[in-house]
Design a protein around this ligand. Structure first.
Ligand SMILES: [Zn+2]
Length: 152
């Protein structure tokens, strides 16, 4: 499979993008609806990494902000409706809507960066349960190819 950079679009080698449910849905849509799946392995090339990193961070910030805002709205709605259980349904809708809104600036995670970040988080937590699933997926030399790796 040919590599393609998600930032500049060049057919060039780079760090592999982690295939998450958003990318899977886009792929599914291209394969089954618009019928224009290109079948590239998505990567971020070396030159575009700083640019990618900035966009990824900005997306992550926006996503937390929007979901946090949605949660505040949902709680406020629940309280204001005198704890009407139906209001939770609307509150959930608000959270989902704001989450989808944050996807406008979507930037996928990278395999290597994701694995490294997970290890850092786990060792910071220091829990025995957290360290159980880290062994056996340490990135070797930057790029990891962990097929069948179940995330989150
Ligand atoms: Zn590039």
């Amino acid at each position: 499979m040919e590599d393609a950079c998600i930032i500049c679009g060049k057919r060039i080698a780079g760090l592999e993008v982690r295939n998450d449910y958003i990318l899977s849905s886009i792929r599914w849509f291209k394969r089954n609806v618009t019928k224009n799946e290109k079948g590239f392995r998505l990567v971020v090339c070396r030159e575009d990494f700083p640019k990618y990193y900035k966009q990824r961070k900005s997306f992550e910030r926006k996503r937390s902000l929007y979901v946090g805002l949605g949660a505040v709205f949902a709680i406020a709605l629940f309280v204001l409706s005198s704890f009407n259980l139906y209001s939770l349904f609307y509150g959930f809708g608000i959270v989902v809507f704001l989450y989808l809104l944050s996807l406008v600036s979507y930037m996928p995670a990278l395999e290597a960066v994701h694995a490294a970040g997970k290890q850092k988080r786990d060792s910071a937590a220091g829990g025995s349960a957290a360290s159980m699933h880290t062994s056996g997926m340490r990135p070797a030399g930057g790029i990891t190819k962990t097929k069948g790796y179940k995330h989150e």
